[in-house]
Design a protein around this ligand. Structure first.
Ligand code: DP6
Length: 348
């Protein structure tokens, strides 16, 4: 008999960025963060988990990612498997009629509906889907916040992909990470006019991984200390209020300031880390021009650990924002010519 369960998890793009670990082993962050979950129709990972006593034990656990064998021996994937198996084993110990799934090899098959290496937070959707698929297979009575604690150990940002809408990852202060988990600030339906445009400047794999980049920043940047002590706590408070009040101008300003602050700490890292390139900076100038032309803030840019831009805007301003970017992509700015443009809604 083969036991099987499937799930999907969406991509999330932070508007207050996670950057820095206080415990690299448990993936505990130096600051809280906040993100918007994007539409699963456009960007998601679909994962099927199965287990069976007939799967050869010698083959162990396995993961097929976009039809290619992927290594599961890494400490983070192992931590997720271990946490989930321990919880399943506890259920089996309490009820002897349950099949002993916790002792069987796991097979995972995962597919992204977007390019894995495009710098589009694929690890977030990937680990969120992996954890929920196995939790479903094991029939664990775990809440999304409980699952977010497990997904966090796979990749920090993954803990935010267990929820739709507007999601906060509370850094917590417990040494064992028991209070470092995600919660939903507001449902997508609270502010359904929100849209995100993803501009792909380069689909090449990023130079410095987030994991290694943030470690270097924590170790060497003075500006980073200012960021985690003052800038992020202020941005978190202002952002939550802006979302509650559906105040786009504030949402946009905090999003842009926080992205700038994050990339400034990267530049302040020694040796410096540059994720944005000339094409990224052209997108920033385009957003400034769009806002100036509109006479109010209609668009906000944000950049993760790579050159691609995500532009947040409201549905009613689609023409002003997306129309202008299409014009820009039409040939005015080098580098964006081969860009992929997507119009995304937040999901539930
Ligand atoms: C810039 O979650 O990829 O996208 O925990 O080491 O896997 P690890 O890092 P990861 O870092 C994401 C960094 C970011 C900001 C964010 O998503 O909050």
């Amino acid at each position: 008999k083969v036991y099987r369960a499937s799930t999907t998890a969406p991509v999330n793009i932070a508007v207050v960025k996670y950057w820095g670990k206080r415990d690299p082993k448990l993936n505990l962050p130096t600051n809280s963060s906040l993100s918007v979950t994007l539409s699963q129709a456009d960007l998601r990972t679909l994962t099927t988990a199965s287990c069976s006593a007939s799967y050869p034990a010698s083959e162990g656990d396995s993961l097929l990612l976009n039809s290619e064998a992927s290594d599961v021996s890494g400490a983070r994937t192992q931590a997720c498997f271990r946490e989930l198996r321990t919880r399943r084993a506890a259920l089996e110990a309490a009820d002897s009629s349950l099949p002993k799934l916790s002792t069987m090899p796991l097979r995972l098959v995962s597919e992204n509906n977007f390019p894995t290496a495009a710098g589009l937070a694929s690890s977030a959707a990937g680990f969120a889907a992996l954890v929920r698929a196995i939790a479903n297979l094991y029939e664990l009575p775990a809440s999304p916040s409980e699952l977010s604690k497990i997904a966090r150990q796979g990749s920090g940002s993954a803990c935010r992909s267990l929820f739709g809408g507007y999601v906060a990852w509370r850094m917590g202060d417990a040494a064992d990470g028991g209070d470092s988990m995600a919660d939903q600030v507001a449902e997508a339906a609270h502010w359904p006019e929100m849209r995100a445009l993803v501009l792909v400047a380069s689909a090449a794999k990023k130079g410095v991984s987030s994991t290694s980049g943030m470690q270097q920043t924590v170790a060497t940047s003075g500006l980073f200390r200012e960021r985690i002590a003052k800038v992020v706590p202020q941005n978190m408070a202002a952002m939550e209020k802006a979302i509650q009040e559906r105040d786009f101008a504030t949402f946009a300003e905090v999003t842009m300031r926080d992205s700038n602050s994050f990339h400034a700490t990267c530049a302040d890292t020694y040796p410096p880390i540059f994720y944005m390139n000339d094409t990224s900076r052209a997108a920033i100038r385009a957003v400034e021009q769009i806002n100036a032309a509109a006479g109010r803030t209609v668009a906000a840019y944000t950049f993760d650990a790579g050159p691609n831009a995500v532009i947040y805007y409201l549905e009613k301003d689609t023409e002003a924002v997306v129309g202008t970017f299409y014009h820009v992509l039409g040939g005015e700015v080098d580098g964006w010519k081969s860009a992929v443009v997507k119009d995304l809604k937040p999901t539930l």
